[in-house]
Design a protein around this ligand. Sequence first.
Ligand code: ARG
Length: 566
Amino acid sequence: MDFTQIVAKKINHVFEDAFEQQHLEKVIEQPKDLSKGDYAFPAFVLAKHFHQAPQVIANKIVSGIDHSDFAKIEANGPYVNFFIQRSQFADQLLKDIVSMAHFGQNQDGIDQNVVIDLSSPNIAKPMSMGHLRSTVIGEAISKIAQANGYHTIKINFLGDWGTQFGLMIAAYKRWGDDDLINADPVNELVKLYVKINHEAESNPDLKDEGRAWFKKLEDGDQQATELWNWFKTVSLKEFQKVYDRLGVTFDSMDGEAFYNDKMAPVVKMFADKGLLSKSQGAEIIDLPKLLPDENYPIAMIKRSDGATQYITRDLASAIYRHDHYRFAKSLYVVGAEQKDHFDQMKAILRLAGDDWADDIEHIGFGLITMNGKKMSTRKGNVVALADVLDAAKRLAAKQISEKNPDLKNADQVAEEVGAGAVVFNDLQKDRHLAIDFNLEEIVQFEGDTGPYVQYTHARAMSILRKSKQTVDSQTGLILEDDEAWMIVSKLASYPGIIRRAWQLREPSVVAKYLLLLSRDFNSYYAHTKILVDDSGLNSRLYLVTALSKILEDGLNLLGVHAPDQM
Ligand code: ARG
């Protein structure tokens, strides 16, 4: 039930429906101070219309309005304050939450496909913190889309194609040591890559050597292909360890290489439409010329040596995804630094007459740094995600052993809390913001952290374990105090949170909500004896049960586990 609508309707009724319902809804407020009611109507917005003082109008509303559904409706200066019948409301809401499998989810997106391009690390490099954001934001957005009824297709567009693999092969041919590589594949490959980039600064021939190898790879040369396949196999094995720990799965692993044989028809289509031009032997789409009023750079489609580019592969994959998945939306969860790339891609598709390009969205996000340090593979200062997860797990284990030394599955819980801390930290701020993090801080059980929400959930579960009775749905609930009401009204807003998180493509909407809900519950817990055997016990147990369900559901939407004990 939407109280804003109910309130607006009742007020309009007093004036014989003289106003537009929506206009009234828009001005209704939800006061922070509960003594001013749950909803407040600022009567001064009607003062001009009636040429009367707001106080007079407020009094008129109070005496003319239908008081049913509310415990109290009173004039307070220029405002009319509405107080909900708390127990009646709580009774219905909490029983719904407890009995429904997924309270708050909706079917808005029924029968519609959403394609999500996420993670997409580059092979032959360890998965860095830089790809963490794409992975966890993409995974959370997928779960949030599903909670809004959409069908999602998650694609890991592996960076497994491009001139850098030519350079990598060149480095391997020069310096590669199979024993070292087999012992620690990805790290050794990175060392080779760093080395050749470094040497190429003083010896440009190396770049040419790399380019030649990439050409061979594109043409299907056997030796080049075998090496490339080996790079890919060892990399995927490493990536999979991280995905398993984060609980992330994919519906497709079609990376850049998958499009090797699908670019020619796309390039031909651009040529047929007159979009392609030649420049010094290269084939380009001259966006500044084609779209003089916009600000796009020239798109290089094929280099003079015939090698295709990142944008060429993305154009081919965008078209493939459209034909293949008939998407309502196609999302690309990729760092904000690639905004121009996606703008360019959409502009080209539009020029080619593909209006569905408007359904493509770049879901950008800010840079992630750790203790103020940026990470770059080429310079060799990568922080491997697996190491971060290990460190987070150790910190979680330390706190668990202090707080709950007898916990049985402590190792698993430490893993869930460590990973949860890293993931939650990544999701709790607006995705556009850059984030810097300090591991010690984000694994704390107090503060704005994932473990804080997990701990609150575990606390609720422990109360329920200790209680000797289960909830009884037959008796009416009585919850009148302000602290319980804070929780109830927040639980009621969960369906709106799920919608909003999808509309904004913003997991932080859920994360921030969970932090506030946890705070409200902890303050309730500090002031209320929940397990006292009095007439309110069943109502309080209902509150705790509903709260624990929503905390778990919300954490799961973010891809975070909610252990029952920690
Ligand atoms: N592999 C790329 C990188 O690490 C990201 C790919 C993003 N997805 C895409 N369709 N372009 O920068």
